[in-house]
Design a protein around this ligand. Sequence first.
Ligand code: BGC
Length: 739
Amino acid sequence: MFSFLKTVVVVALLIVVGVFAYRWFGPEQETHPDRSKMPWMNKTLSPDERADMVLDQMTFREKIRMVHGTGWGVLKAGDPIAANSNFAAGYMEGIERLGIPGIDLADSAVGARMAAYQSRYATLLPSTLGAASSWDPASAFLYGSVIGRELRAWGTNMSIGGGVNITREPRNGRNFEYAGEDPILAGTMTGNLEKGVFSQHVMSDIKHYALNDQETGRTIVNVLLDKKAMRESDLLAFEVSIGIAEPSAVMCSYNLVEGDHACENDYLLNQVLKKDFKFKGWVVSDWSATHSTVKAALNGLDQEMPGDDGYFGRALGLAVLERKVPMARLNDMVHRILRSMFAAGVIDDPPVRTVVDPFRGRDDAQHIAEESIVLLKNADQILPLKASASSSIAVIGSHADVGVLSGGGSAQVDAPGGNAMDPKPGGSGWTEHIYFPSSPLKSIQAHSPQASVHYVDGTDTAAAVALAKSSAVAIVFVNQPMQEEMDAPTLSLPNNQDALVDAVAAANPNTIVVLETGGPVSMPWVDHVKGVVEMWYPGIGGAQALANILFGEVNPSGKLPVTFAKDDSQLPHPVVPGLEGVTGGPASHRDIKPFDVTYTEGAKVGYKWFEATDKQPLFPFGFGLSYTNYAYSGLTVDDTSRTVHFTVRNAGTHEGTEIAEVYVALPAAAKENYKRLAAWQRVKLAPGESKEITLPLHPLSLTVFNTEQNGWQLLPGEYTVAAGPSSNDTPLKATLHVQ
Ligand code: BGC
């Protein structure tokens, strides 16, 4: 009897252990699943409920599999590519038996990357910094929807773009992938962009969290900044964008912040992102930015990329079994990924492969570019070009005969037909300067068929001068190629282009400079030329957009989302931190030893720094000209609703769109000697037309961050409200009273 009982107990125990082991480690049945038998496919349930139901069915091994990627794949020659990967930057295997697809994390900051590998097409959009010059959330939404639409056509379910690091360092190699120096503007534009991605049922991402404000030393720099300044500057841009987009993921960055790597930083990930911002998605590491298993897991990282078997594979499994990382934490990681998949619709409405529509993409890109181009100088109204002045046009420099420049690194989009200046087979190299086939020369010719339009490449100054001398107008194209992993060593244009502009300007009084830059540059020649047009990296519709602006078919409306300093000496850090004493060669992060950077300017980034230190920049934040002019009047402030009301009138003769800007200076108790952007609106006006506009002041522009209370605080007192066409031209003033 006793031995029978013993047998029963042993058998029962074996069954329990067996079931338990099966649930944790059991074989994965990669069968063709019947979705109708999966209760989590019920769309009426919430993403969280659905995620929990799936989680409940998952084995331990399956859970671990979801929190890391399958390796470098296409990004590193020779590395294996996962069977179902769509050649994106990273891949997480799915769980077929539970109807959960894999995730293709596709780089797509300014358009989808890596088209060449599979002979695909992707639209190159203007740089996001350019697009931010539109100050137009609708344009940002369109931008994201182009990316989402094309990724979807590729069969890809996740975009990893969404860069929102503010322009604390104007020489940062990645500024072109970001949205400028103001946290509210950058956050609003990036948030709407990611909403656009999401609208296509493609998962979205916001990056690089946080304070990855320079590429110099990006993996070794330790950023020191007090919490109040962080929250009111860099983290505020994330707070605003995450609030708008509710992105699927946030990518933590390479750098350290206050001694801890960003991907294992309890303050950044647990306390701020997940608790204060109430972020429900998952934290994905930048590529190889994971530095530990237990610390990273406990401090908030949810997924390691690209991740073959680094810290979040077997090592994490072991850490969970050894209870160094609670099972609940692993479940939380997986829950966050699953709920984001359900929320984005990639399970209910997965991407269906189709042919990308390049024409629609080009039209959208051109529309965004037309809103992005900023007219910086227009002496004697040299622009728009008139038939008489444009009888002969010299086009000089920057391969303007064949194309427009694009940004490099992981934001690089492959050009159709290859690099327009030097086509060769394959994808784009990491450090190549890629020109897209949108020829300014041809577009200028198309707008002025009667004129003689000639091109020289600018490498021979004498030839450029000779052409300029014999032409009625000289248009000099200058460029600043920028890319990830490298900052510009200075604000100066590279390759002696300043000397080229000077020489051309000396030869022809009607010289116009067109800039194709990643960010702000200095312009020592600005007083010698009549026109300056910033077209950024303008995307595949760039040449047509530019020509439409040069010839007045489109009235420029863009305004700078970054301050243009006169030169490096005006910046908070006259030398890029980490590059002090480094001479020659590119400003790569690889050549220097670990270092701290104390961002002494604190929250005073960009125009706030210039105002607080009483410096006059070359071109201020928010500045941009038009072919018409606008008059502002009648500012009133409603203390209860905290809204402003004023009138903008088109006082000129062209139809145009004005970006009306509103700033606030906080009461003395805030101890701030600068103003903050608090509202703006694009206003379209016919000649002579007036419009009254009412705008709410952004609540986070009015508050200070109180570190003791860990919250935003509205100080009582008088707030100076100022409205006008740019940060240093605010003719209207009024007072907001806060009790
Ligand atoms: C970049 C990320 C990018 C990743 C994958 C990293 O070098 O910092 O922005 O998404 O590579 O390509």
